[in-house]
Write a protein that binds this ligand. Structure first.
Ligand code: 4AD
Ligand code: MG
Length: 463
């Protein structure tokens, strides 16, 4: 009977039961007594399981003794209590089937026990076999399910917004262009180079930077919606917080203001952290031991206490009087850079912080103008070690002011978006959570390239 390794080590299967495991060899150790221990993982659990291969196996000499890290195997036998340290059960094998050998074990790219994360990025197709990337993958799955569960339990509709679009939601001009190209008949210029200036069936089109504008349309009919999918940013920044392709969760709520929005963001984050604390015990214990000591304590603290809040103007006053030299200028009207965000939440507050009411000139056109006419009803959630993890706002629901803001930012078009203000407009608000930034925050991993299976960053699109 085939069993996932997680069910065997968690006591779901009784001792003495015949079992079959299928997976990949992590290591082999031969005993003087003429038998071998094989450590096998299958991704279902943090731990590998040990299989004891007796010398009597018909293929013991010919195959078992040649197994190396990375070989794929099926082992049948009996689940028995283990004498070894650090494991309660093992498989006493009576049959071994080798599915796939490792060509030239010495050159198996992840043969060594420990590799740098930078090196592992160069073998992104094999890194899921390591402890760390197995753990990240499982936490990512638990988080994604918790996202859907949170909204489903609260009657939000999941709206799948388009990836190909003509609208630059954030107005930052950082979009990838989509072209229709006949690969068998590439358009060439006079010099014979491929002419990539083709458009999308006669219309300019780009990969979306955010599903928000489309989500707003559904929000103004369904009341509570969210998107959860990939988004794209052509920002040429080589940092540990930016990807060219990342996943974003964007809820949008009708009849909601900025306070409702901030309260939703806080409740949502607390729910997600709680889900991971409850469901990812072994993996979190691993991150806590090897990546970030104190991680679990910190996450528990975040769940237990309300988030700190302050206005942008107050944040500027704190930064101005901070006894610290910043690389980028601090002045009212300047955007907060990562160093400022981290100072505020790490040193000033010592936990997550919600900053609200930013100057209108540094924020997107759709954010609602405040009565002071200098700021907009925006809020960012800042997290220690990461900086901005969520960006959100109350939306401008008044057509006249929206038009002024669009004109001020040199935007036109978006007639369909303006329609939403012409036909039954209501106050509404929402935010975007960067899924990989959250995953880094929860696992203690430092580089966002390690929070997504196959990272897309400038000059890196292999795999
Ligand atoms: O602050 P941003 O740009 O906000 C929006 O896109 C809004 N339309 C969201 C909304 O109100 N519905 O992005 C939201 C979040 C950021 O806080 C950050 O966590 C993440 O998306 N993010 C990135 N994550 C990885 N790589 C990048 N290049 C990112 N850019 C933004
Ligand atoms: Mg932002």
């Amino acid at each position: 009977q085939y069993s996932a390794i997680k069910d065997l080590i968690r006591g779901q299967v009784e001792i003495g039961t015949p079992v079959e495991i299928r997976g990949w060899v992590r290591s082999r150790r031969d005993s003087k007594g003429g038998f071998s221990f094989l450590s096998v993982h299958d991704g279902s659990a943090h731990a590998a399981i040990q299989a004891v291969l007796p010398g009597e196996l018909p293929n013991y000499q010919s195959e078992a003794l040649h197994l190396t890290a990375g070989c794929s195997v099926i082992v049948r036998g009996e689940l028995v209590a283990s004498q070894g340290k650090g494991q309660s059960v093992e498989v006493q094998a009576n049959a071994l089937e080798v599915c796939g050998w490792v060509d030239d074990p010495d050159s198996y790219p992840i043969a060594k026990k420990r590799h740098s994360f930078e090196y592992l990025r160069s073998v992104a197709h094999l890194r899921p076999r390591t402890n760390t990337f197995g753990a990240i993958t499982r936490v990512r799955t638990v988080l994604a399910n918790a996202v859907h569960r949170y909204f489903y339990e609260r009657d939000f509709q999941w709206v799948n917004t388009p990836l190909i679009t003509a609208s630059d939601c954030e107005g930052a001009g950082e979009m990838f262009r989509v072209s229709t190209l006949d690969l068998h008949n590439l358009p060439r210029n006079a010099a014979g180079q491929v002419d990539f200036n083709e458009d999308f069936f006669g219309r300019e089109a780009f990969l979306t930077v955010s599903g928000q504008l489309n989500a707003e349309a559904y929000c103004l009919a369904m009341s509570k919606v969210y998107t959860f999918g990939p988004t794209f940013r052509a920002e040429n920044s080589n940092t540990s917080r930016h990807l060219a392709e990342f996943w974003m969760v964007e809820p949008e709520v009708a009849f909601a203001d900025l306070n409702d929005d901030a309260a939703l963001a806080e409740d949502f984050l607390r729910y997600l952290l709680t889900a991971v604390l409850n469901e990812c015990g072994d993996d979190l214990a691993f991150f806590n031991e090897f990546i970030d000591k104190g991680l679990i304590k910190r996450l528990e603290g975040v769940v237990a206490r309300p988030f700190a809040r302050m206005d942008y103007s107050e944040a500027i006053r704190i930064l101005e009087s901070a006894d610290r030299k910043f690389e980028f200028p601090v002045a009212w009207g300047e955007d907060l850079k990562s160093e400022h965000e981290r100072f505020l939440c790490e040193e000033h507050v010592g936990g997550p912080l919600i900053v609200s009411n930013y100057p209108k000139d540094i924020k997107a056109f759709y954010m609602r103008l405040n009565d002071d006419e200098r700021t907009v009803a925006a809020m960012d959630v800042l997290a220690p070690g990461i900086g901005e993890i969520i960006g959100g706002s109350q939306r401008e629901e008044r057509l006249e002011i929206l038009d002024q803001r669009m004109a001020a930012q040199g935007l036109d078009g978006l007639e369909w978006y303006r329609d939403l203000r012409r036909y039954g407009t209501v106050p509404h608000a929402g935010f975007g959570l960067g899924f990989e930034r959250l995953l880094n925050y929860i696992t203690g991993m430092e580089n966002i390239r390690d929070a997504i299976p196959f990272p897309r960053v400038p000059r890196q699109a292999d795999f």
